[in-house]
Design a binder for this molecule. Structure first.
Ligand code: SF4
Length: 364
């Protein structure tokens, strides 16, 4: 029986398997004091109706879910992008200058989050931040636009007069080191300011541009993390077309470690039947062990809003045989439970194989 058959046949007995499965990682996940993984890179949805911050698209948890807030969110959703912003097109992507009212925002996934851009030209197929278009409607598809918050540094300086120092997650609804950051340097300037004001930076990126900023993170209260969904460069190009290569991401970890910066790797979302086999996970963990990474997260592909059409489109073109499998894994409750149970088992095994169990946190 192959792996697909095992998962789909296991559906009948999954409830029992889940009851029995209380691995070390599951216990760790409940007990962990680590910040959970960001929305865009794998945090599981709560499924509840909660206030959403319009700058970040995140659940804020710090505002009551009042009728007034809901009404305001509805009005904001309908507000189209201003036509006054300077606009240009580069490499098929539309770049707009815009402004923000706040840049350091309270969030459920950390103390604060910071996003100097709306949109992300890394164009990952599974990007969970697609739902941002609900709050910031754009004529272009996700991955084909980026708004630059030109006043980010000034707004942060103003906010820092009153903000209580804490952990800042960079970035939760975009990649702070996407290509436009090479010119704008907004993420760099904001991180520099935050560190000088006693905040801790926890960065997660798919871009080697972050290495430019090692000087401000080195020896400071900061952690640099990279996301890795596969070790197969062909798959990476398909699923994360404009991001740095896998080897460049591992180089980030290596150089950050050498510079005395804490490191993290987010293995996820693991792609069902493409990058989630025991062999694939073992290979990923082997690299993490070799790099002596400080923290490891692992996440599954999650059925987040607006993700399925993009994933399905790629599968239809490149992996038509997997289309129905993905649909069931994402949307059929029992199949998903069987799949996640098997994935937990594989991750647990790999953690044991490479003596990484105490560094791993499951996000699913
Ligand atoms: S790198 Fe950009 S496009 Fe890719 S998942 Fe993160 S925010 Fe989305």
């Amino acid at each position: 029986m192959n792996r697909k058959e095992t998962i789909f046949k296991a559906v009948d007995t999954v409830d029992q398997r889940q009851l029995e499965f209380t691995s070390l990682f599951q216990q760790k996940t409940r007990q962990s004091k680590e910040s959970p993984i960001p929305e865009v890179c794998g945090l599981s949805a709560s499924g509840r109706t909660v206030p959403i911050h319009r700058e970040t698209g995140e659940e804020t948890a710090h505002k009551p879910d009042t009728a007034a807030n809901c009404k305001r969110n509805q009005m904001q959703r309908k507000k189209p992008i201003s036509s006054n912003f300077a606009t240009q097109t580069r490499n098929d992507s539309v770049i707009r200058e815009t402004s923000c009212k706040t840049i350091l925002n309270r969030t459920r996934i950390s103390d604060y989050s910071l996003n100097c851009y709306t949109g992300c030209t890394h164009s990952c197929i599974y990007c969970y931040a697609r739902f941002m278009q609900r709050f910031h409607p754009h004529p272009e598809p996700w991955g084909k636009f980026v708004d630059i918050k030109l006043n980010a540094v000034e707004v942060l300086e103003r906010q820092l007069r009153h903000a209580v120092p804490g952990v800042v997650f960079v970035s939760s609804a975009c990649d702070g080191w996407q290509p436009i950051e090479a010119e704008c340097k907004l993420t760099r300037q904001c991180c520099d300011l935050l560190i000088k004001h006693g905040f801790r930076i926890e960065a997660l990126t798919k871009s080697s541009l972050v290495l430019r900023d090692l000087d401000i993170f080195s020896g400071r209260n900061a952690r640099i993390g990279v996301t890795v969904t596969t070790l197969d460069e062909c798959l990476r190009r398909l699923w994360e077309p404009n991001s740095s290569s896998i080897e460049e991401r591992f180089r980030i970890i290596s150089e950050a470690d050498t510079a005395g910066v804490e490191t993290a790797i987010m293995f996820g979302p693991l792609l069902p039947f493409l990058s989630d086999s025991q062999e694939s996970i073992n290979s990923m963990f082997q690299r993490a062990a070799e790099l002596a990474v400080d923290v490891i997260w692992v996440d599954a592909l999650n059925p987040r809003p607006k993700v399925w059409p993009s994933v399905a489109s790629l599968l239809r073109k490149k992996y038509p045989d997997l289309l129905e499998c993905y649909r069931q894994i994402l949307f059929d409750r029992k199949t998903r439970a069987a799949y996640l149970s098997e994935l937990r088992h594989s991750v647990t095994q790999a953690g044991t194989n490479f003596s990484l169990a105490d560094k791993v946190t499951l996000c699913f």
